[in-house]
Design a protein around this ligand. Structure first.
Ligand code: FES
Length: 370
């Protein structure tokens, strides 16, 4: 046994010596991207249309994939016209699914660059770069006995990973899912959710449609948001349930206020993909204007617009990845001025600091080393 390990180390050292300056892993990645452990990749095995604008990619992860927990998200890198773009997606599959596949569900955003490519033009066989699974929108262990899952639109995606994991267990905790969508046809995973609720007595599904004709589903009717009163009718014991919520910013802010007013904010877990657009005291530091010191470009910057977008609109080559404060691909050096963190509203920054341009806005005049 000891001799085997010794020979293994010798062989690894010899391989490193032969492949210098690259590592053996680099050559494995060239032969087959899925063999690389240093740059994990996955191959799209199949593509499934969920709704008119949501598509699931089922991906076979390669050697570097370390697994995930239900509720995690991951960065996905896709090459479009020779440029690698990174975006973050929730993992919608359960961990350790029997087929070994990992799935993400992409909503096609009109005018977007990456989501239409992934959702409409990605064929089986496409290789995608994969980041590590991460996030804290996960269930604790042991799982609380009573759960409330509050979702809207594609906010169902991280919760679907959680539901599929719960459904695979022998005992499913008492779980209520309240999901909002425009119409029944817009419910992502609608048929599977309804089937799950039919099979699992412990799972209750309430679908709330925001756009309904009196005579049935369809366009042209008035918008009808889920209200606190309606939620209390559907789930009378909502205060006693540990709650996971994911959806548009407006919904999450209303939910956070409601839970805080009820004095149970600690029972609420929120997955937030977009940022508030009305920072308090936004004008206190004067009008925002950004000077990009390397390219010499300059642009006005509204208090709620990320520096990343200000730079892109001004034609400055801006590094970026997830565009939501997770990957740190977008950092730039602050030469002068201060910035506002769009997630918290905190104003900060000293000359020389690195700032994440995707989640920072100008708080007055700013110089950035770009
Ligand atoms: S682009 Fe990922 S943190 Fe800014």
């Amino acid at each position: 046994m000891i001799a085997t390990a010794w020979w293994g180390r010798r062989l690894a050292r010899a391989a490193e010596w032969l492949t210098t300056p690259l590592l053996p892993d680099d050559y494995l990645g060239l032969v087959n991207p899925l063999w690389s452990a240093s740059e994990p990749c996955g191959r799209v095995e199949s593509v499934r249309r969920e709704t008119a604008d949501a598509t699931t990619l089922l991906i076979r992860p390669g050697r570097g994939w370390a697994g995930h927990h239900p509720g995690h998200h991951l960065r996905v890198g896709v090459e479009i016209q020779g440029v690698l773009h990174w975006r973050v997606y929730s993992i919608t599959s359960a961990p350790d699914s029997p087929d070994g596949l990992v799935s993400i569900t992409v909503k096609t955003l009109p005018g977007g660059r990456v989501s239409p490519h992934l959702g409409r033009h990605t064929a089986p066989g496409t290789v995608l770069r994969l980041g590590a699974a991460e996030g804290d929108f996960t269930l604790p262990f042991p799982v609380p006995p009573r759960l409330l899952l509050l979702t809207a639109g594609v906010g169902i995606t991280p919760v679907m990973g959680i539901l599929r994991a719960l459904a695979a267990r022998d005992t499913v905790p008492d779980t209520v899912l309240v999901h909002s969508a425009a119409t029944p046809q817009d419910v992502v995973f609608g048929p599977e959710l309804r089937e799950l609720a039919r099979r699992k007595a412990a799972l209750t599904l309430h679908e709330h449609y925001t756009r309904m004709h009196p005579g049935g589903p369809g366009a042209g009717a008035r918008s009808r948001r889920l209200t606190a009163d309606r939620l209390a009718d559907l789930v009378p014991d909502w205060r006693e349930r540990d709650t996971w919520a994911c959806g548009p910013v407006g919904m999450l802010e209303a939910v956070e206020r409601h839970w805080a007013q009820a004095g149970i904010a600690e029972h609420l877990h929120v997955e937030r993909f977009r940022f508030a657009t009305t920072p308090a005291g936004a004008e206190a530091n004067g009008p925002g204007r950004v000077r990009f010191t390397v390219t010499g470009r300059e642009a006005d910057a509204a208090p709620c617009v990320p520096l990343l977008v200000v730079g892109e609109d001004a034609g400055v080559p801006m590094p970026s990845g997830c565009r939501m404060g997770i990957c740190h691909s977008c950092v730039a050096r602050l030469v002068r001025g201060r910035v506002r963190d769009l997630r918290t509203g905190r104003i900060h920054g000293e000359a020389g600091d690195l700032v994440q341009t995707c989640v920072s806005a100008a708080a007055g005049p700013v110089h950035l080393e770009l």
